[in-house]
Design a protein around this ligand. Structure first.
Ligand SMILES: NC(=O)c1ccc[n+]([C@@H]2O[C@H](COP(=O)([O-])OP(=O)(O)OC[C@H]3O[C@@H](n4cnc5c(N)ncnc54)[C@H](OP(=O)(O)O)[C@@H]3O)[C@@H](O)[C@H]2O)c1
Length: 293
């Protein structure tokens, strides 16, 4: 029998990209679920999924990702990003299922000056980051072998994200202001999905031993949102003028870290996950978006 990979949040950016990779991994059976078929905040739904599918791998892509709304919708954010992750990890421990859970750079306060290591102290600036941090802790407490992958600035052809918003606005307006004092690194959801499948493949084949804990994954390079917007404009061949502005000129309900660059060495050293420069992935995404027009 082929081992089963159960994916939650199948309609989100990352879940969608994992589904696109399914045919490249015929050695596994994939089960993609969404909020209607597996609400991770429902203990019953989670238990039923473990009993029905007996997954070898549980990839939790489901999350409450509305960063600003989380400031007011605190109960929903905590229940999905923290409590549900603890429950999933408890069942993973009981069923000997390998949990791969996705977290965020927003666990850091952004006051660092060199790339954050997975074990660096955390101090989330906003409630979303706080709930994601709690989810990490609950996962590791319930199942110490959990693999937690923190990522940042996720975009793809699917769903809502910075790249698609910029392309839309740049097509409508002659100029745009974009924050230039927050730096980090974008992550193409397709690359993150490939990184997850890389980890599953090398551990499943026995080529690499599973090592639980916290890992960082993004594309490589360090840029501001302004740099990212300029890159999007140039690759897409648009003429919109982009102006750098400070975060103070663009207030949001949730504070964002000014520096959220993560050190990617651990995931490369332990699992040999390849890291792709951000420009290459952005080109690929924009090409795919253009091809789908
Ligand atoms: N997006 C980013 O920039 C970013 C940055 C850092 C880390 N991350 C992390 O990366 C992971 C993947 O993010 P993403 O960009 O793919 O997010 P996304 O596109 O917002 O997808 C999240 C998915 O989770 C689903 N979901 C929400 N509550 C659920 C529930 N109770 N049960 C089942 N499904 C539920 C959502 O469904 P609905 O559409 O029905 O709500 C959505 O399809 C998340 O853990 C996120 O925290 C994302």
């Amino acid at each position: 029998m082929k081992p089963t990979i159960l994916v939650t949040g199948g309609n989100g950016q990352l879940g969608f990209e994992l589904a696109r990779l399914e045919t490249a991994f015929p050695q596994f059976t994939f089960v993609f679920t969404d909020r209607t078929t597996l609400n991770i905040a429902s203990k019953d739904d989670v238990l039923k999924a473990f009993e029905q599918y007996q997954p070898a791998y549980f990839v939790n892509c489901a999350a409450y990702t509305a960063v600003d709304k989380a400031e007011t919708e605190r109960e929903a954010a905590a229940s999905i990003n923290a409590d549900a992750v603890g429950i999933i990890a408890t069942y993973c421990q009981q069923h000997r299922t390998q949990l791969i859970h996705v977290s965020t750079d927003y666990v850091f306060n952004g006051k660092g000056t060199s790339p954050y290591l997975p074990d660096d102290p955390t101090a989330p600036l906003n409630y979303y980051g706080q709930t994601k941090w709690e989810g990490e802790q609950l996962a590791l407490k319930a199942c110490s072998n959990s693999i937690i992958i923190r990522t940042s600035w996720v975009y793809s052809e699917h769903g809502n994200n910075f790249v698609k918003t910029m392309l839309r606005l740049m097509g409508q307006r002659p100029e745009l202001n974009v924050v230039s004092d927050q730096v980090g690194c974008p992550t193409y959801a397709r690359d993150l999905a490939a990184a997850i499948m890389h980890i599953i493949t090398v551990t499943h084949s026995g080529e690499t031993l599973t090592q639980g804990g916290i890992y960082h994954y993004s594309n490589s390079g360090v840029i501001s949102w302004y740099d990212f917007a300029v890159g999007i404009r140039n690759i897409a061949g648009l003429s919109c003028q982009v102006h750098p502005i400070p975060s103070s000129a663009y207030p949001t309900p949730a504070a964002r870290p000014s520096y959220s660059v993560m050190d990617l060495k651990k995931i490369q050293d332990v699992y040999g996950v390849p890291v792709v420069p951000w420009e290459n992935s952005l080109k690929e995404c924009i090409n795919r978006l253009n091809a789908s027009l």
